[in-house]
Ligand binder design. Structure first.
Ligand code: PAN
Ligand code: ZN
Length: 185
């Protein structure tokens, strides 16, 4: 028998890691995250679509251990801003993370916590994005199919949503002339 912390199967169609937790985020969970609040309210009045799911596994705890999650972010837009994850800093700020793109195409918005400097990095199948420590990160789907990725991070990382909930990312990714474009909020 292989110990269960050493091996897990995942299903890209269901967005599930066997033996992991599963969380769903709908449009109503992202109030305040999109720049165009009028478009957000209008969309929510029509229904409450699923925006993304995360299935996470914590195989072990303690110094040097790793946790990981499988994310599935739907395609779509609120106004001209592409669907996105809430985004967070790690509670343990030095914690970096590696994102491995599996399906679909989009990007990651990275924002240095102390300088506010922003970078937009492509995330798609057969690509890897390195998120340094001390960096707020958000995933954005600029494509037409679900964007699916795995994120691997230190077990001690923790998720701190408060700074982004209080003061959103400085930049947003919108469609301009059919092209994803990074602009000031
Ligand atoms: C990812 C994220 C996942 C969902 O696994 O948790 O993309 O985004 P939010 O957590 O911002 O809603 C990760 O970065 N973990 O550390
Ligand atoms: Zn993270």
């Amino acid at each position: 028998m292989i110990p269960k912390e050493l091996y897990a199967k995942f299903d890209l169609d269901r967005g599930v890691i066997e033996g992991g937790t599963f969380a769903s985020r709908h449009l109503s969970d992202l109030n305040g995250n999109f720049a165009d609040q009028v478009a957000y309210d209008e969309m929510l009045s029509q229904g409450n679509p699923l925006l993304y799911t995360v299935s996470s596994l914590e195989p072990a705890h303690g110094d040097g251990q790793l946790h990981y999650g499988l994310g599935v972010l739907m395609p779509g837009k609120v106004g001209d801003e592409y669907f996105l994850t809430k985004g967070h800093l790690h509670t343990w700020r030095p914690a970096a993370e590696v994102y491995i793109g599996l399906r679909g195409s989009g990007c990651m918005l990275l924002q240095d916590e102390s300088t506010g400097d922003s970078r937009l990095v492509p995330l798609h199948s057969q690509s890897i994005v390195y998120v340094p420590g001390f960096t707020a990160h958000r995933t954005i789907n600029t494509g037409t199919e679900p964007l699916i990725y795995i994120g691997v991070y230190p077990a001690q990382a923790g998720h701190d949503y408060a700074p982004i909930a209080k003061q959103n990312f400085r930049m947003i990714v919108v469609e301009r002339n059919g092209t994803p474009t990074l602009v000031e909020r």
